[in-house]
Design a protein around this ligand. Structure first.
Ligand SMILES: [Zn+2]
Length: 181
């Protein structure tokens, strides 16, 4: 992220993304990726880790056991214990579906900063050099959430996602974690 001297290691993705072994019966905290970090970036990042996890869980919680565990056993109880700390995570834009659902808005600037940080860390871990170009966060998940409504996809964004997937299809998948956990 910068040219300051390394004073610690940071996890990429953040450590809080991975449940403890006694919580889920599998140790997902082994062989995690870490990268060198300065004090300033590591402490700034740790403030965002919980936020980053919360936003990811809004969609990931539907897809995997680990996601559901982190969402229902970690995020929801933590929000109930410390509502003031979590209230700023999502802006409540009101209800839909006759009051059955809430529309929550994420702070894209903050979220994109988290993705930027993670992408640079993973690039460094893989290639031992810095990625110096801008990074854009795009995901079809930004449009999901209301299955019953007709969510209009932003076509240029969806085209970019498709082209990126084709471009990356032949790349080796890195990391030791099984997929879909
Ligand atoms: Zn730094």
């Amino acid at each position: 992220m910068c040219d300051s001297p390394e004073t610690s290691r940071e996890h990429a993705p953040p450590l809080c993304f991975f449940p403890q072994a006694n919580d889920i019966g599998r140790d997902l905290r082994r062989n995690l990726v870490t990268v060198p970090s300065c004090d300033r970036h590591n402490s700034r990042k740790s403030k965002d880790d919980e936020y980053f996890r919360a936003v990811i869980l809004m969609t990931a919680a539907q897809d995997s056991d680990t996601g559901r565990h982190q969402f229902f056993r970690k995020f929801i109880p933590a929000s109930a214990r410390m509502p003031h700390a979590h209230r700023s995570f999502f802006a409540d834009k009101g209800t839909i579906a006759e009051g059955k659902s809430h529309v929550l808005q994420i702070d894209r600037q903050r979220f994109d900063g988290c993705v930027d940080h993670l992408a640079r860390a993973l690039f460094f871990a893989a290639f031992q050099r810095k990625w110096n170009l801008p990074i854009n966060a795009i995901s079809p998940n930004f449009f999901s959430g209301i299955a019953s409504d007709n969510v209009l996809m932003h076509q240029p964004t969806m085209d970019t996602i498709q082209v990126s997937r084709q471009f990356l299809a032949s790349e080796t998948v890195r990391g030791r974690k099984p997929r879909g956990v």
